[in-house]
Ligand binder design. Structure first.
Ligand code: ARG
Length: 481
């Protein structure tokens, strides 16, 4: 909508009611008794929504500028609002701002302080606006910034994993299925699997951001406003990509927050799987890696212990992020249009999810960089458990045996080796020939770990040359903004 010059005469701002000014609550004009202390504490959100303060100020400044541009707010008021807000921002940043539970939430606290400083200009700020579209705007602004932080942390973690993978494209370890030794793989390849997961998590965050980044302001309480507002101007000023198209939807839905918690849950699921592996790899029974001491703790009773607390805690914290997702889904499922006070409960799950994900990613990027790899132990484990049995079967297939028959012949060879307590190669060429006449003198090559991984040399396979290419592609992707 284009900005229409507005006639200030329609807004006799100076006629302010004294009665209204004396009331504690911004909305208490029609109430005959004050709200009970218990209810005040029950309904107040200022204890947690003060985190939205800077977003609230940013939104208010854009709203005020628009009110002025369309002729609703005189310039003197706009200037008073701007300087008042600058002082409020400084008070909040320095921790001197006095938050009051009597003023319910972040919006009313800031508005009251503004009014103390700017007088009637502060009271005019709420023209053509409601806390319903205000709070929806604040959360979206805050969440947009949080998503950007998470995105850059996800990139740091991917970089740390890629750097480690690059040092270990030739380090061989057992690959597992059912946690049983299956086939040898490159440790770098294993790490790059997580880079793929975190890259998808990043893509999900980017996608979610598009739907977060829409302007609800203008929806007012629910139906829109009778003032000649310019929503596009506010959207541009706040960097929103577009407008929420329906006022009822704008103030009431929180699906963008659910999407965020859902993307965060998937991200934490990946963190949790990696954590589980780090815990297993660090167990002395396995001994594939060591984590730097600063990520571990000892035991107060067992002096020999070095516990991988950080990955264990990350695995545990995954549960609280899933919990937030369930909270928000449940919060929304029974709400009729439009805004209901239920929505105030959206904030803590969003904040807790963001804090958990940000702290976890920060610590993981650092921890992954410091992983000490015990290559000899990995190699030893890869040689145990007949990890190249599939390679022997494939060798027989290449010589013309149907795969099922090859599988059978190798199974018998594995049994014989297990009985003798040795590996397949240790049976010797002559004994191996006994399991199939197709076995030739070249058989030992295919039974080596290097022979096994090098043969899986297609895109996506574990051959070290392929791992190096995958690393190169991932680095290129990360180099693009
Ligand atoms: N603190 C409220 C919230 O977080 C702000 C909106 C209040 N709106 C209302 N109609 N009571 O949702």
């Amino acid at each position: 909508m284009g900005a229409q010059p507005y006639n200030f005469a329609f807004f006799p701002w100076t006629i302010m009611s004294d009665q209204l000014a004396k009331k504690t609550e911004a909305w208490s004009g029609r109430f005959s008794e004050p709200v009970s202390e218990l209810v005040k504490r029950y309904t107040a959100s200022v204890g947690f929504d003060q985190r939205l303060a800077l977003a609230d100020i940013e939104g208010s400044l854009a709203h005020a500028a628009m009110l002025h541009a369309v002729g609703i707010l005189p310039e003197a008021d706009l200037l008073a609002i701007r300087s008042g807000m600058a002082r409020i921002r400084a008070e909040i940043e320095s921790g001197t701002f006095q938050w009051s539970i009597d003023l319910e939430d972040v919006h009313l606290n800031i508005e009251r302080r503004l009014t103390e400083m700017a007088g009637d200009a502060g009271k005019r700020l709420h023209t053509a606006r409601s806390r319903n579209d205000q709070v929806a705007t604040d959360i979206r602004l805050w969440l947009r910034g949080t998503i950007d932080d998470i995105r850059s942390l996800l990139r740091s973690l991917q970089t740390a994993l890629i750097d480690l993978a690059a040092r270990h494209s030739d380090t061989l370890m057992p690959g597992f299925t059912h946690l049983q030794v299956a086939q040898p793989v490159s440790f770098g390849h294993h790490l790059m699997a997580y880079v793929e997961m975190f890259a998808r998590d990043e893509a999900r965050m980017i996608d979610c951001r598009k739907r977060v980044n829409r302007l609800p302001l203008g929806a007012a309480a629910l139906a829109g406003t009778s003032y000649p507002i310019d929503r596009e101007q506010v959207a541009r000023a706040l960097g929103f990509e577009g407008l929420c198209e329906n006022s009822l939807d704008a103030v009431s839905d929180r699906d963008f927050a659910i999407e965020f918690c859902s993307a965060a849950s998937l991200l934490m699921m990946h963190i949790s799987r990696l954590s589980e592996e780090l815990v297993i790899w660090m167990s002395p029974r396995v001994g594939f890696i060591d984590l730097a001491d600063r990520f571990c703790t000892g035991s107060s009773i067992m002096p020999q212990k070095k516990n991988p607390d950080v990955p264990e805690l990350a695995r545990g914290k995954t549960g609280r992020v899933y919990g937030s997702l369930m909270s928000l889904l449940t919060l929304m499922k029974g709400q009729p249009l439009a805004y209901n006070k239920d929505n105030q409960e959206d904030k803590e799950p969003i904040f807790d999810t963001a804090d958990t994900v940000i702290e976890t990613l920060r610590i993981f990027s650092d921890m992954v960089g410091g992983i000490q790899v015990k290559e000899a132990r990995m190699r030893e484990a890869a040689s145990e458990g007949f990890s190249t049995a599939t390679d022997l079967a494939d060798y027989l297939v290449r010589k013309g045996l149907p795969f099922r028959d090859a599988h059978e012949a190798v199974a018998l060879a594995v049994r014989a080796a297990a009985d003798r307590g040795c590996d397949l190669a240790d049976l010797g060429v002559e004994a191996l020939k006994g399991f199939s006449p197709l076995v030739g003198d070249d058989v030992l090559q295919v039974l080596t770990l290097e022979g096994s991984v090098n043969s899986r040399k297609h895109r996506g396979g574990t051959a070290p040359e392929q791992v190096r290419q995958a690393i190169e592609r991932a680095r290129q992707r990360l180099a693009q903004a």
